[in-house]
Design a protein around this ligand. Sequence first.
Ligand SMILES: Nc1ncnc2c1ncn2[C@@H]1O[C@H](COP(=O)(O)OP(=O)(O)OP(=O)(O)O)[C@@H](O)[C@H]1O
Ligand SMILES: [Mg+2]
Length: 488
Amino acid sequence: MFSRYKKNDAAPAKGNQPAEGKVTELPRKKPEGEAASAPPPASMRKPAQQVAARSATADKDQKRKERMAELKLELHRELLENLNLAALDTATEQDLRSEINEITNEVLNQKAVVLNREDRAQLNKELYFEVKGLGPLETLLQDDSVNDILVNGPQQIFVERSGKLELTDITFKDEKHLMRIIDKIVSAVGRRVDESNPYVDARLQDGSRFNAMVPPIAVDGSLVSIRKFKKDKLGIDDLVRFGAFSEEMAAYLQAAVACRLNVIVSGGTGSGKTTTLNALSSFIDNSERILTIEDTAELQLQQTHVGRMESRPPNVEGKGEVSPRDCLKNALRMRPDRIIVGETRGEEVIDMLQAMNTGHDGSMTTIHANNARDGISRLENMIAMAGIEMPLKAVRSQIASAVNLIVQASRLQDGSRRMTSITEITGMEGDVISMQEVFRFQRVGLTPDNKIIGHFTATGVRSHFSERFRLWGYDLPPSIFEPTLAAE
Ligand SMILES: Nc1ncnc2c1ncn2[C@@H]1O[C@H](COP(=O)(O)OP(=O)(O)OP(=O)(O)O)[C@@H](O)[C@H]1O
Ligand SMILES: [Mg+2]
């Protein structure tokens, strides 16, 4: 019996008496050649028979899945009743796995259920994930090809792979099961989620970004979104190799970051803003002191001298909030050479622009916008919403002198993520902020399988910052700014 991690005072679990003399076997696929009276091979059967056979197999598979889910739940309940959860923290993975194995065997025997080896191994694995991990989500968290996990109620889990959404066949048993996993995640970070506090943002232990919203606000069951944390962030070389931007653009961006231009990465949701910001930060000199401010710490800077801050939402009583703006105000007193704000979306914009204007040039942030011009409007709106009463012209000239470069990241319809434009802010013309696009992604068409055909090109304009690049020792060859023709 599972001695080591068993609660001493555990009452004997109810309901697991052997069903007298009755052996239940889960419906399962018969191994080849198992039964002499097996039906003839599919090819020899009539079409109607084939369809019926197919639906019968699907039916059996469905029943088998349901029975497995029930069994897992029963076993899990029993595990929780019997395991000494405090001792689990110190248990090694191997110990726990073998203990779970023992419990499964014991309970299956008691219930007189026969499982084949494969199903048994699968059951053990899932139980381990239920006890130690995040249940059904664990397999997806461990799958490196998955970027995002999106749960729409207990029966529907989508994942994003290579920029495309796919429905998985993984499900939760019911809403209660899903809620238990959500609770496990949020209670681990000292938060709570329930009817009166129906949404939460948190960071998983591995650094993944987690957001959940529970009923009644989420109408058809809890909604969960996870942006998985990549241990190996995509660097500039990877992004160039994946076709996210060209080598010429990389050379230009290196000069721009090294020469301390203020950069804003703009893009839609999931377009690769944080990834781009992280990659750009690799051009910062190792001698500089960098402070980062994020809602969920996602950036992974390579430099030695980095101070990381994470803002904090208010607690259940509405107290204890530390906003990005608070962090930013503090950061300015901490002698930073550069400040990187993960995303500017509220009143912190004021302090960000001020920082960019007053000696912390070379700072960077991201905003949600569809192109450079929209990005500027977004900044103007954020300033207005922060309650700053300033004539529009003054707001614009503040933006124009703070921001030097807007890098646009986009997720295109084929799922690819690309830097679709690099735009320089050149100043003011009357009441309008003037800007010039230096590089862009030129789309030329679609392949038959809906992949986008296109190429990166310079627009032919000379960089507004050429002189600055030269003075700082980054003499970019003029060929970088020459338009590229489409490859034949
Ligand atoms: N060029 C790229 N090629 C392939 N994958 C990419 C590329 N850029 C980003 N990704 C992946 O896409 C996912 C989303 O990227 P990222 O977190 O940078 O987007 P984001 O715009 O910051 O999203 P959000 O708006 O949710 O903050 C990540 O898993 C990242 O690894
Ligand atoms: Mg992001």
